[in-house]
Design a protein around this ligand. Sequence first.
Ligand SMILES: [Mg+2]
Length: 315
Amino acid sequence: MPIPESDLIRRIRNQTKSRGGRLRLGVGDDCAILRPRAQEELVVTTDLSLEGTHFRLNWHTPESIGHRCLARGLSDVAAMGARPLACFLSLGLPAKTKQSWVNGFLRGLLELSERHSCPLAGGDTGESKSGVVADITVVGTVPHGKSLLRSGAKAGDTIYVTGVLGAAAAGLKSLASGAASRRSRNWIERHNWPEPRIQIGIDLREKRLARAMIDISDGLSVDLAHICEESSVGAVLNRELIPVAQNADLDLALHGGEDYELLFTAPSNAKVPVEVKGVPITEIGWITSQHGVYITDLRSKAKRLTAKGWQYFSR
Ligand SMILES: [Mg+2]
């Protein structure tokens, strides 16, 4: 280990607010103590970030790796319409890891955790024999029975997506090619610093606008298929309406992962705003009772859309 575990814990403890509000006790005891309000239930998600699978030390800064590690968990909490409460980090580090790398990783993670009032409330560290392993657990709260599930979509619902799609995958592609142009700088930014849509998720739940929701982590085609499967419905996407990130292409928008936008369905008469806090919300299709996901330009026959996530590292 680059520094003794007790030092690392002390550092984390110094950098996080360890108690207050719904977090009764954070880092420093055998367990953290969470105190959700009466009438609230907890949502819990875990996400593994593995060197070589989710990031590379020569492509990503430690700050970005820390940020993306927590962003993945926060995005899942957002997709339930929940409010983050606390996060927990288990970190496996190779013996050769530099202290400056660990500091950068924590800086990236803690900056995001502070911004979303989701304190790091505990975790574990150990030596890894095969690359950096970061496992994040995020706990959130939601009023009883109000979580937005994947299983709520109904035939006739309209499908919406927040933000624009394809930028993160385009960013990863240009990182991989090693040829970062001025044009690709924005994409790389989006890839390195995804913004979990916490407040939009809460808004959609509170205003009862969404019926089913998921975050786009694996790609629109894959994540829409998850909603359809869980809701026992199908979907048709209107190709012309999909909000493709500037200079990215439709293929990346459909199949590129890690955009961490929200994909949701709403009754066709719901008054869904076209924008929430500067983030566009775009209608992209509709839910059908016939199973399968299709894509059309409304002029020709709808084609079956194969769900293929952008799994860059597997290629
Ligand atoms: Mg998810």
